[in-house]
Design a protein around this ligand. Structure first.
Ligand code: MV4
Length: 449
């Protein structure tokens, strides 16, 4: 096991990693920008290193600064959290070239899954069900039109370097193909320096269901069921739950095995998430995320495992501490993302927290780096906390969420808490009947909108 690891992140996820390390007897090094000198992750870690000015480009994304921080402190491994350098294959290669360990998958796996065409080709060959569409990249408009006619409209054109909703265009009919194709290509080129695109049948009202997988890098892998993350606004998740209200044990076992077998076959190491669209009881692969995700705690709650501990174990060469047979679902968990944002437009609301009180009690977990008097800097993501509740069933989890939201105090900035109080009143949220378009439609008629 490592003696000391460096956490290349900030906020709640940095605390999450420091806490896992401490329980394992592993020392932790925080890195921070000058805007984060007073941040909780700096206080909670055993040591800290300032790595640059406020701009993330010059601090949390600065590869030389982070490698230097390892050399100065003697940290042997780097946990990237999510965002920042977590899915940067070049960074992983540089980490290795310096004799350090990246706590995560190989550079090659990150590269394969980062290119959406290669990811889909790979998954298809491994037996994972995919959305019907083009076989690889579509180089010309003529070819795009031929594929549109073949698979039938509507279709969606996606930039291979995109993901998370960027560089996608829907063509409702053949007449829309020219503009959709050219726009998707132009966006791929300008946003990612890659104009290659592919085409899929456009699914009209799917859910976003993602399967948590975990591999030991040596041909063993497990799945930890699904999360339903359909409640999103502008491709930002706001409410996630596990298990998915629409997924039966039979469906879970079947798709879970397909996913675990696929990542075992490629010797995948660490945590991964295989994203699907789910419509008419069928799964359609869209993307794979090669990082620990923001919403991992709902999976931890229902399976009773510590995914970060497992990541650190596997990166240090130890086996996973469980096999598929050891993993059983207990109850239901829900996460809501508390952002420092002002409703109804979700405008960022940085500033000083005059009072913070975290909810507690049975089945409540609050992951946050807030404290009384802390000033949320304006330079980074607006996520300031994740409230995760766990109950014996979905109604109990919902009641506990309502109760915990009532206890939470975040004074001094605007937050998304009122959104969740409103959502919990809605019949569709209570019955679990929603899809990827539900929240945006709901927002048009609620919150004084
Ligand atoms: C789709 C789709 C419908 N059909 N692909 C958006 C983000 C990216 N990960 C994939 N996305 C979509 N791909 C096909 N073939 C609809 C979306 C989509 C979406 C997906 C998941 C969660 C929210 C979404 C919101 C709008 C569109």
């Amino acid at each position: 096991m490592f003696n000391k690891i460096l956490v290349a992140n900030r906020g709640e996820i940095a605390l999450r990693v420091i806490r896992a390390a401490r329980e394992m007897g592993v020392g932790s090094v925080a890195v921070h920008s000058t805007a984060d000198s007073d941040a909780m992750h700096v206080r909670m870690a055993d040591e800290s290193v300032c790595i640059g000015p406020p701009s993330a480009t010059d601090s949390y994304l600065s590869v030389p600064a982070i490698i230097s921080a390892c050399e100065i402190t003697g940290a042997e491994a780097i946990h990237p959290g999510y965002g920042f350098l977590s899915e940067n294959a070049n960074f992983v290669q540089i980490v290795q070239d310096h004799g350090l360990t990246f706590i995560g998958p190989t550079a090659e796996h990150i590269r394969v899954m980062g290119d959406k065409i290669t990811a889909k080709d790979t998954m298809k060959a491994l037996g994972v069900p995919c959305v019907p569409g083009s076989d690889g990249g579509v180089p010309t408009l003529a070819e795009a039109k031929r594929i549109g006619d073949e698979i039938g409209y509507p279709v969606i054109i996606k930039a291979t370097a995109g993901g998370g909703g960027r560089g996608m265009k829907v063509a409702e009919t053949a007449k829309d193909m020219e503009s959709a194709f050219l726009t998707a290509r132009a966006e791929g080129k300008s946003n990612f320096g890659n104009d290659e695109v592919y085409i899929e049948k456009y699914l009209q009202s799917p859910r976003h269901i993602e399967i948590q997988v975990f591999g030991d890098g040596k041909g063993r892998a497990v799945h930890l069921g699904e999360r339903d993350c359909s409640l999103q606004r502008r491709h930002q998740k706001v409410f996630e739950e596990a298990p998915g209200p629409s997924i039966t044990p039979e469906l879970r076992a079947k798709i879970g095995k397909v996913c675990a077998d696929a990542v075992a076959k490629i010797d995948y190491a660490g945590a991964g998430t295989i994203e699907f669209l789910f419509e008419n009881n069928e799964f359609y692969f869209i993307e794979m995320n090669t990082r620990l995700q923001v919403e991992h705690p709902v999976t931890e709650a229902i399976f009773g495992v510590d995914l970060v501990r497992e990541q650190i174990r596997v990166a240090s060469g130890l086996p996973m501490s469980f096999q598929q047979d050891d993993l059983h679902i207990n109850g239901h968990a829900i996460e809501v993302r508390i952002n420092a944002e002002k409703l109804p437009n979700f405008a960022p609301s940085p500033g000083r927290i005059s009072q913070y009180h975290a909810p507690g009690g049975l089945g409540v977990r609050m992951d946050s780096a807030l404290y009384d008097g802390y000033s949320i800097p304006p330079y980074y993501d607006s996520l300031i906390g994740k409230l995760i509740v766990h109950g014996r069933d979905r109604p109990e989890a919902l009641a506990r969420l309502n109760r915990a939201l009532g206890e939470l105090i975040v004074d001094g900035v605007h937050t998304t808490v009122p959104l969740f109080h409103e959502l919990l009143q809605d019949p569709d949220v209570n019955s679990g009947e929603y899809n990827i378009h539900w929240l945006e439609k709901w927002l048009l008629t609620h919150l004084n909108g």
